[in-house]
Design a protein around this ligand. Sequence first.
Ligand code: NCD
Ligand code: ZN
Length: 350
Amino acid sequence: MTSLTLARPDDWHVHLRDGAGLASVVKFTAERFGRAIVMPNLKPPVATAAAAAAYRERILAALPPGSDFEPLMTLYLTATTTPEEIDRALALGFVHGVKLYPAGATTHSDAGVTDLSQVQEVLERMQAADLPLLVHGETPHPEVDVFDRETHFIDTVLAPLIERMPRLRVVFEHITTARAVEFVRSARAGVGATITPQHLLHNRNALFAGGLRPHYYCLPVLKRERDRAALIEAATGGDRRFFLGTDSAPHERGTKENACGCAGMFTAHAGIELYAEVFEAAGHLDRLEAFASHHGPDFYRLPRATRTVTLIKEPWTPPAGYAFGAGVVVPYRAGEQIGWRLATPALERP
Ligand code: NCD
Ligand code: ZN
């Protein structure tokens, strides 16, 4: 097979940043995806309906001319978020989730929540309104081993939450372990998970291959080979609970190639092509469309795309850097080949 046409995919977890950086990166996402769930971890965080509306306007203004890309906005949950703020966000019609960052877990998460009891009323309102909670599932405590943070979070926070709130819909974001796969598979209805390309393509050895590799550092950190195998099985197995979320997270080169480098990998420039590699290697290219274009909208109760995109099996090489505001972002696979490329702009299905 040399080409593959699928319903236009959506990215259910992406960081588009703001200002000049936003204008630099949003075009890559808009070229490939019809919609994307836009993460709210700006500085300051997108914590109110008004902030989400203003951020959405900035995203729309930064799109390439003629683009019909639709940003799906999220609110950043803080200890002071009120149920009324949830109502205001819902009234806008374009807020599709509320993001839980355990305080200290990742980039710009310091405004996050330290204890879920702080936000119980907000969660109740979300449950009543059927607004999904999007969870960065890691325990940030320094005494918990960095490779065990996801498992610790499942046991101490996520499992009890899902039990306590039986109708709250929850997306376990960017899962990275076999344990998380098992957890989602056996969870009650209304629990889904996104999976990134890097966690499907690499294990933690990539961080140390021949030296320290900052461009493979993201959170949650890459895990063991057996975890990667479980993620591949989940993504390519046809299970509707798993769907595409790149977690493309651009950082300026100097902040990654640094004595204290930022977490985040930039993958938006190949955000669907990389998954094609994974599905092809697993012998399940026929299931890419379900993972990339069906399971996500079904979970979020949005219509599936009517347009299509076509991928061609033809190698290309991303450059050493792309402009990122006044600086540069080093893309994933810089200077190395990617096996698939995007052939067409999105087209109406004939
Ligand atoms: C993300 C970022 O840079 O905003 N970084 C990352 O490593 N994934 C934050 C996040 O999603 O954890
Ligand atoms: Zn993220």
